[in-house]
Design a protein around this ligand. Structure first.
Ligand SMILES: Cc1ncc(COP(=O)(O)O)c(C=O)c1O
Length: 378
C-alpha cells in the first residue's frame, strides 16, 4: 500500500499475527500442488527446521558464524565434486542464478577488458541485468531448428571485443543442454560461462540414472565458470546459489570493521541460514536420495507429456529434464486464466508455448487436476 504510514504506536500482538495469517493465506504454496511454473520447491521438512535455527547467521561477518563457514566449505566441496571442479577452483556462495551470472560477466569483463557478451537465444534474462550493470553489450547467437545455439554462427561472431560466451545446461524454457564442448572448442581463450543454475543439480543424477546427456561442466577444459543453484533442483531453502570459477575471482575488497579480512562476494550482509539447511538436506538424502527425487520428477514429466498430448498439445522438444513445454499461440491468455483459477503455469517465448516445470512438489494427482482445469481454457 503506497499510502501506508509508519505507525506511531505499537499494535497488539494477536492483531498483527492475524493480519500476517491472512497475508500468508494469499500465497500459492508449493504444497498445494498447483505450482507448475517455478523452478523452486518445498524443501525437506527437517531442512526447514534447521533454516529456522540459523536466522541470525550472516556470512558477511563470518567470524560470528564459524560453524556455518565450515558447512559452506563442505557444500562447496560436495557440489564441486559433482561438477568436476578442478583442484584449485574458486567458489563463491550467491543468492541464486542471477548473482552467479553477474559474477561471471564481471569476472570476464575485468579479466579481458572487453565488453561484448555472446548469449544463446535461450539465455535467462538475468544476463541482460548483468550487461546493463556492467556496461556490457549482449549479442544473441541465433538458434538452430533444434532450439540450440547455431555453432557456425557463433564461430563467425567471436571477435576482438568478445569478453565472454555463455552456454546453458538446462535452459529455462525447454530444459535443453547446449553443446558446451563444441562451444568451448570454438571459444578458445575467450571466457566460456555455463549457466547450469537449474540443470547443474539434475544432469549429474540423470546420468547416474543411465540417461545419455553431454558433458557440461569443468570436465571440459574450456569451461571457465559455472553457475549452479541448490535452491532450484538442489531442494535447498532459498536463497542459495553457487558460482564456480577455474580462476580466482578478480575482485576482493578489505572489510576492516568486520570479522573477515576481505569480502569477495557481491552481497555484504547476507542471510545464510540456507547453508546449514542445504547441508542437512545433502546429509539426509545423499546421492541416492537425489537420484530418486530426479527419477520421480522425470516419471511425472513423462506422465504430464502424455496427459498434454491427449489434450491435443504438441511438445516443443522431447524433455531432457523435468521441464516440458508445448507449442501454443495463446499461452499468455491461458497463463492468465489459469492464474485466475488459482493455478501457476508459465510460458515460453522462443518459440511461443506453455511451460511446465515438474518439481518434487508435483505429483500425478496434481497433474490430473491441473489437466482438468486446463482443458476448460485451451
Ligand atoms: C538457467 C537460469 N539461470 C539463471 C536463473 C536465475 O536464477 P535466480 O532467479 O535464482 O536468480 C534462472 C531462473 O529461472 C534460470 O533458469
Amino acid at each position: 500500500m503506497m499510502n501506508a504510514k509508519f505507525p506511531e504506536k505499537g499494535t497488539e500482538k494477536d492483531q498483527v499475527l492475524s493480519i500476517i495469517d491472512k497475508i500468508r493465506r494469499m500465497n500459492l504454496e508449493y504444497s498445494y500442488g498447483r505450482v507448475f511454473g517455478s523452478m523452486c520447491t518445498k524443501p525437506h521438512d527437517i531442512a526447514l527446521r534447521v533454516h529456522g535455527m540459523f536466522l541470525e547467521a550472516n556470512l558477511g561477518n563470518p567470524g560470528l558464524c564459524r560453524g556455518v563457514l565450515e558447512l559452506q566449505n563442505e557444500i562447496h566441496g560436495a557440489i564441486g565434486e559433482l561438477i568436476n571442479a578442478p583442484g584449485d577452483y574458486e567458489v563463491l556462495t550467491t543468492g541464486g542464478g542471477t548473482e552467479g551470472n553477474i559474477l561471471a560477466l564481471w569476472q570476464a569483463r575485468k579479466e579481458s577488458g572487453r565488453k561484448t557478451v555472446l548469449l544463446p537465444t535461450s539465455a535467462h534474462f538475468s544476463f541482460l541485468k548483468a550487461c546493463d550493470l556492467l556496461d556490457m553489450k549482449p549479442v544473441y547467437i541465433p538458434m538452430n531448428e533444434d532450439y540450440l545455439p547455431d555453432l557456425d554462427a557463433l564461430e563467425g561472431m567471436i571477435d576482438d571485443n568478445t569478453a565472454a560466451v555463455v552456454g546453458v545446461a538446462g535452459t529455462t524454457e525447454l530444459g535443453l543442454v547446449e553443446p558446451i564442448r563444441e562451444m568451448a572448442d570454438i571459444c578458445g581463450d575467450i571466457h566460456l560461462h555455463v549457466d547450469a543454475a537449474f540443470g547443474g543439480l539434475v544432469i549429474p543424477f540423470l546420468r547416474e540414472l543411465g540417461r545419455d546427456i553431454p558433458d557440461f561442466d569443468f570436465v571440459i577444459e574450456g569451461v571457465d565458470s559455472v553457475t549452479i543453484d541448490p535452491h532450484k533442483m538442489g531442494f535447498s531453502t532459498i536463497p542459495l546459489g553457487l558460482y564456480y570459477s577455474r580462476r580466482r575471482f578478480p575482485v576482493s575488497v578489505e572489510s576492516p570493521y568486520l570479522s573477515g579480512d576481505r569480502q569477495r562476494t557481491l552481497r555484504g550482509t547476507r542471510t545464510s541460514a540456507s547453508i546449514p539447511a542445504y547441508w542437512t538436506t545433502i546429509k539426509l538424502l545423499g546421492k541416492e536420495g537425489y537420484r530418486a527425487l530426479v527419477a520421480r520428477c522425470m516419471e511425472n514429466t513423462e506422465y504430464l507429456v502424455e496427459s498434454m498430448v491427449s489434450l491435443g498439445m504438441e511438445p516443443i522438444v522431447e524433455p531432457v529434464m523435468n521441464i516440458a513445454s508445448f507449442h501454443h499461440t495463446e499461452a499468455q491468455r491461458i497463463v492468465r486464466e489459469m492464474e485466475a483459477k488459482g493455478w501457476n503455469i508459465s510460458r515460453t517465448v522462443n518459440p511461443p508455448g506453455l511451460r511446465f516445470v515438474i518439481m518434487p512438489h508435483v505429483d500425478r494427482a496434481n497433474i490430473d487436476h491441473m489437466r482438468e482445469e486446463l482443458a476448460k481454457v485451451i
